[in-house]
Design a protein around this ligand. Structure first.
Ligand SMILES: *Cc1c(COP(=O)(O)O)cnc(C)c1O
Length: 372
């Protein structure tokens, strides 16, 4: 018997999604965003699947993988290098300590520069080789990045800093690209392109939502994260609408099936009570695995070809579902919490969160397995 719960990761789906993103943004290079352990899919699983030169079954030939990888932490980038991953790596939040700069040079890792403190660290160090930097320009997200007013001075300082490789690359990030009707994205785009007009260096604006919904934002590099995993960034939308395939199937097993009498409650707090006689199934997954405790009654799971609702509270190691009075399900049957049969976007809508959070929050107890 396979261990459970398991997150089965489909190499084919990852490769197919990458190929689909190439079709959607044919002129752009792809920086596959693999922060947070490849959005919970396993950093090296993803890097191996969409790294340089993969044999793609569906295409029947070798196909160029991602042109680079985007990460949030230096440790993630080092894990990729240790795993033998070549090609461009970019720290999307940059470095946090001056001593990290030598590591960036040694391992040929690009960094975002978004803050005065990073400028200062660059200007007061000697490095064996200059480091490749991407200036992060704040065009409206107002989280990290230099303002439009600060840009010219910052650019000049980087230009004159011997520790910085030339050309300097240019980046911004959208606040509302997942709202296809929100004018803000176009305003951010205009502000960015106007500011950097005529400068050397590569340009990058688009995350998944930008790539899918704002094609004019694709530029030299796109930075898709969630779309690579087959998930739509837009509430109410699904990855399949963009010919993306869910790369993760979260599965576990039924470990008990029991008859349950009308009027009886189930689980902690006894807050759900059966209206009629039914059969309950107990699934071996809970918040100790990263399945949210706040999943309300009615959140679907997929068993033997149908959706059945969660009833009662999700506990640490188990959750209970109402299989129905005539259920024929057995202990040992496989249960899909999300995946191809049940979109993680749909589950997220029930729980009142976004699919990003569901896939990244799985705990180490879930066995992550890379399959073809
Ligand atoms: C996480 C991240 C991305 C990827 O975002 P998705 O919505 O998952 O496509 C792109 N750019 C930056 C700067 C990020 O931090």
């Amino acid at each position: 018997m396979k261990p459970f719960p398991r997150a089965e990761i489909s190499r084919c789906a990852l490769q197919s999604n990458l190929a689909q993103l190439r079709l959607i943004a044919p002129k752009s290079k792809i920086m596959a965003v693999v922060k947070a352990n490849g959005y919970g899919h396993g950093l090296l699983n993803v890097a191996e699947s969409v790294g340089i030169l993969n044999y793609v079954q569906s295409v029947g030939k070798y196909h160029g993988g991602a042109d680079g990888f985007g990460l949030a932490r230096l440790e993630e980038a080092l894990q990729l290098r240790e795993g033998g991953v070549k090609g461009k790596l970019l720290l999307l939040e940059g470095f946090f300590r001056q001593s990290d700069l030598a590591t960036l040079v040694t391992h040929n890792i690009d960094t975002v520069v978004h803050h005065e403190s990073q400028l200062h660290m660059l200007e007061t160090i000697k490095l064996d080789k200059p480091v490749t930097v991407w200036i992060k320009i704040d065009t409206g997200m107002h989280r990290i990045g230099f303002t439009l007013d600060q840009f010219e001075k910052v650019y000049q300082r980087l230009l004159h800093c011997p520790q910085v490789a030339k050309p300097i690359h240019l980046m911004t990030h959208f606040a509302c690209a997942d709202e296809p009707d929100n004018q803000m994205t176009q305003d951010q785009m205009n502000a960015f392109l106007q500011l950097i007009d005529g400068l050397d260096g590569d340009r990058t604006l688009a995350n998944s939502a930008g790539t899918l919904f704002w094609p004019t934002s694709q530029a030299d590099w796109i930075r898709p994260g969630i779309a690579l995993y087959g998930i739509s960034p837009v509430v109410g939308d699904r990855g399949v609408n963009h010919r993306l395939i869910p790369a993760m199937e979260l599965v576990s097993n039924l470990i008990a099936v029991r008859d349950h009498k009308a009027g009886d409650s189930v689980g902690y707090g006894a807050f759900w009570t059966a209206k009629q006689d039914t059969r309950l199934g107990v699934v071996a997954i809970g918040y100790g695995d990263g399945y949210p405790r706040n999943a309300p009654e009615g959140t679907p799971v997929w068993i033997n070809g149908r959706r059945v609702p969660i009833v009662g509270r999700v506990s640490m190691d188990m959750l209970t579902v109402d299989l129905g009075a005539d259920a024929q399900d057995n202990v040992g049957d496989s249960v899909q919490l999300w995946g191809k049969a049940l979109a993680v976007e749909e589950v997220a809508e029930h729980i009142g969160t976004i699919a990003y959070e569901l896939v990244t929050k799985l705990t180490p107890r879930v066995v992550v397995e890379l399959l073809d």
